[in-house]
Ligand binder design. Structure first.
Ligand code: NDP
Ligand code: GDR
Length: 345
């Protein structure tokens, strides 16, 4: 019988790539869908007609119990979150509810549906439903060492990072307390043409496309010196899946092991269309964060050696892929009168 996977965050960037990857592996894939009429559902369904959906929200414990009970999954991938870091200073409580408490609620739903005791370690029975938590390099924050590895101490710099640290620790705690196969994938920034338009790489690729096509002249950015380890989302979902196929559950850092500045990203993207970034980019101090994460770079030794995982798309190819996709998006949007919203895929 086909293995069943339940994905929260199915309408997001990673949800779409993971669903495609699992469908290609022969899984039956279910996506948790929130809201009365989530407009993003149409997009995902158009992309993958084989998907099934179940209603639920990370803010609502009972809905998660019902979803796990209905789907009876072999694997649960908790990708749902409010993922834009600046929003976490504006709506810290909401972000904590979804990104921290939401993880606890999914773990509890799995525990309840599996009939696992909350007062003892459950042995092998606890491994029937495997759980992946979308942990983040933002947990390292003001990192004590570079590159960062699985044992690097966390010093998160935003309410988002703090909430993700809770999600990571509660996942580990359910593994240690009840014997669940529950892992945290500590993923560094990963991007794609499906990335939300608020994140810096997509903001740059969209801006470059609009400037090239004569629709705008300048692009406002914040801190150009921030260094990130940027990879391709399509590569990273393979690592998520591999993490749930091991004999023993463990947490892994996933990245490329290379870092680049926001300035490098802008330079590369503008150069790709024959423009000079310095003629178009200006700094908007309002985009600088209250507390910045200056340097993130992954030590990928463990994921490479133990999972045999390696990224296939490098940074330069990634930026070019995103600019090329946005040139097409923006040209189509211009032609069809804004029917294809920027930031959509
Ligand atoms: P996106 O922002 O693209 O997607 C977020 C998803 O979460 C959407 O499907 C959204 O659904 C869903 N969601 C938001 N609130 C709720 C809620 N209350 N209940 C259920 N679902 C909800 O994020 P990505 O795909 O980029 O990231 C996936 C996960 O990985 C996130 O947890 C993110 O924090 C984490 N992560 C991402 C990294 C990256 O570089 N992309 C790096 C490290 C970690 P809706 O359509 O309903 O809004
Ligand atoms: P990040 O991604 O916060 O690392 O979180 P983002 O692309 O938003 O920022 C990366 C770096 O770029 C700097 N920056 C700008 N950022 C944005 N968004 N817009 C700008 O105009 C701009 N100018 C400079 C930022 O200050 C920052 O240093 C992403 C999300 O996907 C999280 O959910 C995930 O956990 C982490 O990656 C790993």
């Amino acid at each position: 019988m086909a293995r069943r996977a339940l994905i929260t965050g199915i309408t997001g960037q990673d949800g779409s790539y993971l669903a495609e990857h699992l469908l290609a592996q022969g899984y039956q894939v279910w996506g948790l869908m929130r809201g009365q009429a989530n407009p993003r559902k149409t997009r995902v369904s158009r992309l993958m007609s084989e998907l099934s959906f179940v209603d639920g929200d990370l803010m609502d414990q009972a809905s998660l119990v019902s979803a796990v009970d209905l789907v009876q999954p072999d694997e649960v991938y908790n990708l749902g979150a409010i993922s834009f870091v600046p929003m976490s200073w504006q709506q810290a409580e909401l972000v904590t509810e979804v990104n921290a408490m939401g993880v606890l609620r999914v773990l509890e739903a799995i525990r309840m549906v599996s009939g696992l005791s909350s007062s003892r370690h459950n042995g092998e029975a606890a491994r029937n439903i495997r759980f992946y938590q979308a942990s983040s390099s933002e947990m390292f924050g003001k990192a004590a060492e570079t590159p960062q590895r699985e044992t690097t101490i966390f010093h998160p710099r935003s309410p988002y990072g703090v909430a993700k640290a809770y999600g990571h620790f509660i996942t580990r705690n359910y593994r240690e307390s009840f014997g669940m196969y529950a892992v945290g994938g500590i993923l560094f920034n990963h991007e794609s043409p499906r990335r939300g338009a608020e994140f810096v790489t997509r903001k740059i690729s969209l801006g470059v496309a609009k400037i090239k096509l004569g629709l705008q002249e300048t692009l406002a950015l914040g801190n150009l010196d921030a260094l990130r380890d940027w990879g391709f989302a399509g590569d990273y979902v393979r690592a998520m899946h591999l993490m749930l196929q091991q004999d023993e559950p463990a947490d892994y850092v996933v990245g490329t092991g290379e870092m680049h500045s926001v300035r490098d990203a802008a330079r590369l993207a503008f150069e790709h269309v024959g423009l000079n970034w310095e003629d178009h980019v200006h700094i908007d101090p309002a985009l600088v964060r209250p507390a910045e994460v200056e340097v993130l770079c992954a030590d990928t030794a463990r994921v490479r050696h133990e999972l045999g995982w390696a990224p296939e798309v490098d940074f330069s190819s990634l930026m070019k892929m995103m600019v090329d996709a946005d040139l097409k998006h923006v040209a189509a949007e211009r032609e069809y009168g804004g029917l294809l919203a920027a930031g959509s895929w």
